[in-house]
Write a protein that binds this ligand. Structure first.
Ligand code: PLP
Length: 375
């Protein structure tokens, strides 16, 4: 990959590097800057909060209470926020601790090459992490490796042992080519978990808060998960994460993860400002327009070795056949477009506020760069 000079500043869907070049940002800080860089309302709220107080540990703050109230307005029905943390990994760890305390069980399952974070436990459940795999983690195949019926059969057998505290699910694999199971698969999985007394945890750290067109991915399902993790889109790039837990679920003291910086007043201010800004936008229409633009420019190119997967404002391009993925990624960068490139995938996470003409132009450039990188 061509080295990128240090980024000096950013605005909306553009970032500038020290050598004066401007890039269209379809990476958006791994999908966190969902309302665009330097969103005026979020920046103003952060400045205001910075002048008041930054860090108080676990003491209550006005900023924290406001963020909790804003979160309550957007969470799935029947749930409440289970605290405010700094990273997605912490929210996933908390769900794991909570599930262990709630069920009295110590084993967990998830699907191969999903992403839930990089702590020892979360990465044991998902990532390519054999050297440090924790003993209580079971990794099931996902839909890129097996048929849905086979996976559900294996999940049912594992669940019937009565030892699983939770099953973690990343509904669209954002770090593994955008693989997604059917609604019927997820609904059946939720039902199997419920029959077994196992919590079903949806990791919506990337998909949550309008990224895929609905407020949460699971809004489109008839059966709902017990716990929903979310993070990236909630504070427009400021480190913040949380989880939605059922109203009736107590949080035992031993489950609390705590951390020096979690839920700090600056993060809380960014959460309130971001959620308020989202409320003022028609997020559903914006994301639908983004989906239409990406599909029109990058869909239907399987014959050329380009497979598009995703939804809303979350897209993965799998480059195969004649296309040299490394060369394609370099050309995209040289053409002034930032995307995440990993192995044979390019990941596009445009901001919801991106100008559609700019997005169309960037997608056309990406398509041309990929096709030009054919052997
Ligand atoms: C779906 C999902 N879960 C969890 C994580 C981990 O979040 P963090 O990097 O903030 O720990 C990520 C990060 O990319 C993610 O995409």
């Amino acid at each position: 990959m061509t080295a990128l000079p240090p980024i000096t500043h950013a605005e909306g869907s553009h970032v500038w590097t020290g050598d004066g070049r401007r890039f269209v940002d379809l990476m958006t800080g791994y999908g966190a800057v969902f309302l665009g860089h330097g969103h005026p309302a979020v920046t103003a709220r952060l400045r205001e909060q910075a002048a008041r107080v930054w860090q108080c540990g676990r003491l209550p703050t006005a900023s924290g209470e406001e963020a909790e109230a804003r979160l309550r307005e957007v969470l799935p029905e029947g749930t409440r926020p289970g605290g405010l943390y700094s990273t997605g990994m912490e929210a996933a760890e908390f769900a794991i601790r909570l599930a262990a305390c709630h069920t009295g069980r110590r084993e967990f399952a998830a699907f191969g090459r999903s992403m839930h974070g990089k702590s020892a436990m979360t990465s044991s459940l998902c990532w390519d992490n054999a050297p440090v795999r924790a003993g209580q983690a079971h990794v099931l195949p996902f839909v890129d490796e097996a048929g849905e019926d086979e996976i559900l059969g294996r999940a049912a057998r594992l669940l019937s042992g009565g030892r699983l505290a939770a099953v973690l699910v990343e509904p669209i694999q954002g770090s593994n080519g955008g693989h997604e199971a059917s609604a019927a698969f997820y609904e059946r999985l939720v039902a199997l978990c419920r029959e077994a007394g196992t919590l079903c945890v949806f990791d919506e750290i990337l998909t949550g808060l309008h990224r895929t067109g609905t407020r949460f991915y699971a809004d489109r399902l008839a059966a709902k998960p017990d716990i929903t993790l979310f993070a990236k889109c909630m504070a427009n790039g400021f480190p913040a994460s949380s989880l939605a837990i059922p109203h009736g679920m107590d949080i035992p003291a031993e489950a609390l993860p705590g951390s020096t910086f979690s839920g700090n007043p600056l993060a809380a201010a960014a959460v309130s400002a971001t959620l308020e800004a989202m409320r003022a936008l028609d997020m559903g229409t914006r994301v639908a327009d983004i989906e239409a633009a990406v599909r029109a420019a990058l869909g239907g190119r399987e014959a050329a070795g380009i497979t598009l997967r995703g939804r809303g404002a979350m897209w993965m391009l799998e480059l195969a056949g004649p296309i040299r993925a490394g060369a394609a990624a370099r050309s995209v960068l040289e053409a002034g477009i930032l995307v995440s490139a990993q192995g044979r995938w390019l990941r596009l996470l445009p901001a919801a506020t991106i100008d559609l003409a700019l997005l169309r132009e960037a997608c056309d450039t990406i398509a041309a760069a990929c096709e030009a990188a054919s052997r």
